[in-house]
Unconditional design. Sequence first.
Length: 332
Amino acid sequence: MKFFDRIHGCLAGLALGDALGNPSEFMNPDQIRSEFGWIEHFVPAPIWHPHHILTPGQITDDTGQVLAVAHAYNEDGSLTADSVASHLILWADQAGDALPVILGPSTRQALEKLRGGASPQETGKNGTTNGAAYRAIVVGLVNYNQTEKLLSQVVETCLPTHGTSVAISGAAAVGYAVSAAVKSENLIEEIIVAACCGATKGRNFGKWYWGTPLEKRIELACSLIEKSSSAGQALEDLYNYVGVDMLVAESVATAIGLVKLADGNPMKAVRYGANIGGDTDTIAAIAGAVCGAYSGINAFDADMIKQLEMVNHFNLEQEAARIESIIQNRKA
């Protein structure tokens, strides 16, 4: 498999999981079953749901912010909190009517401060949710074989909106998982070990904030999956015991658990994420991105990717090509 196919697959998994999960976000499993049965393809959110204004297949802030960070990179692979902040503002300005219903609380507050002229080094000091975790996806791609730079750039990516130890721990876990998944020699267990390593290292940065150690929740998620009798039982156990809230130790841990449950299959991962309940779009996006990096673009339903790109007016192959170019032109 070409390395480019893994980059392309990572972005496809991110966007597909985001779009599949957006109609079921905030729902519990019973509500999802009642409204949709089992989400396999793009569906509209119910009329009472805040996402009912979105078109089936439309992405939310997860994919939008990842692409914003990708565009914040210079061609030589350099990245700063200031550049991330300016591209997040640009993305928000272009998000239109959807912005109020897709933007998370920490990012919303930070963007207001940034617009007021506050420093990107300071605006994220109260951000403790998972809103920066998915942004680390692109950082993991660009720095897949440069661990120290990966960690420092994860921090830069988080600072404008989520500059706390707990949020950076979540982002580093995702960045490390992607960087491991994109390497052809790694197995699923090695991806999970990398996520736990990132969670531990990331907690040493940012404003200290208490939170359940993410690596322990990832271990719990994997243990529950190993003991479960079926995929359905595993999803129920993850929902009940690990959690699906915007808290890093819940949604990020569950997303990494879904990578194991899906055994690296991105189509399974995004569907598990869309149907598990809670912060479904973020859980499915992270799990889909990691599995997409592991399995590559050919593991996806090509018709769904085509529909995804048509609805959102983007070209993921072109986005992947730019990321590959940055990797090739990076400074040592």
